[in-house]
Design a protein around this ligand. Structure first.
Ligand code: ZN
Length: 304
């Protein structure tokens, strides 16, 4: 868990990032600075900014561009626009529509769509639980249908199935191809720690969980939303309520981009008690961004 930080509003934002240079210096410090070795010679520190460029030179002669390999590399937008968009994304509880970003930043339709998509991909790259549960823990499991619209290339509107797991206030969710046992069981065995108690509804796809060593409690939702020992799936249901609300707010989500919306919702939901540090997290971690990492990130939220 990230410690609570001081509130960071619009005034603090512009004090800290008054111009392009402040943003660029911040990215350089975050990615290289005095803590990361030079990628060429391996020495720490001894960097100097090359005047009138966005590059730094190391004592050994190596030049680096701090934006290379980040979501912001080769963007037509200013770093101020990126940072302010990170700020807006970090400070909304129901999700951001591209039209809002377009008006706030005074940019075009295409640019704002792309910016929002890249910010969601950036969120998909942030820290996420690898597995949930463990000895003495209860993991709630459930699935939900999410509707999407046909993309610009056409095709029908349809829905995907999203599988969700909740434990200790943290959730993990991803698109799954179907609700069959042969699909769900291996996905769950890979993500629920041995020794966990699992609570599900009576869907047949979950029936074999006990065979994999989990204590399995099934709740028959046609009778009640808890069993007589107080087991519920309330936590994952609460997450679905957030997912549905944010999907409604987003309005038009295509199948292609759906996983990025899911990534945004999960990212923010798992940080709902430490909201004040979301912006800092987004501008302090720049995992490698390229076509290869895009596929890896998609795989985190799309298990189909
Ligand atoms: Zn060097």
């Amino acid at each position: 868990m990230i410690a609570k930080t001081k509130p960071f509003g619009i005034i603090q934002f512009f004090e800290r990032f008054p111009d392009e240079d402040a943003c660029l210096e911040h990215i350089f410090e975050t990615r290289f600075g005095t803590h990361s070795p030079c990628p060429s010679c391996g020495e720490l520190g001894h960097w100097s900014r090359i005047k009138r460029t966005k590059k730094w030179r190391h004592a050994c002669g190596k030049h680096i561009s701090p934006l290379r390999g980040t979501v912001m590399y080769r963007s037509n937008l200013s770093l101020m626009a990126w940072f302010y968009a990170f700020f807006l994304f970090a400070n909304t509880s129901i999700g951001i529509r591209a039209g809002f970003i377009r008006r706030q930043l005074g940019i075009g339709h295409k640019s704002s769509n792309r910016l929002c998509q890249m910010i969601r991909i950036h969120m998909a790259a942030m820290a996420r639980p690898q597995m949930l549960g463990g000895e003495g823990k209860t993991v709630q499991i459930d699935e939900v249908y999410l509707r999407y619209i046909a993309n610009s290339e056409g095709g029908p509107n349809d829905a995907v199935i999203v599988l969700g797991l909740a434990c200790d206030g943290q959730v993990m969710s991803a698109i799954v191809p179907d609700r069959k046992s042969g699909t769900l069981i291996p996905l769950l065995v890979a993500r629920v720690k041995p020794g966990s108690k699992v609570v599900t509804d009576t869907l047949s796809g979950y029936q074999k969980l006990a065979q994999h060593g989990f204590q399995h409690v099934q709740i028959n939702h046609s009778i009640a939303f808890h069993d007589f020992r107080g087991h519920t799936t309330n936590n994952i249901e609460a997450y679905w309520a957030t997912v549905r609300r944010m999907f409604r707010a987003a309005r038009q989500v295509s199948r292609e981009n759906l996983w990025t919306f899911l990534a945004e919702i999960e990212f923010k939901y798992n940080r709902r008690d430490t909201k004040d540090s979301i912006f800092e997290e987004l501008i302090s971690n720049f995992p490698p961004h390229d076509p290869e990492s895009y596929r890896t990130l998609q795989g985190r939220f799309d298990w189909s």
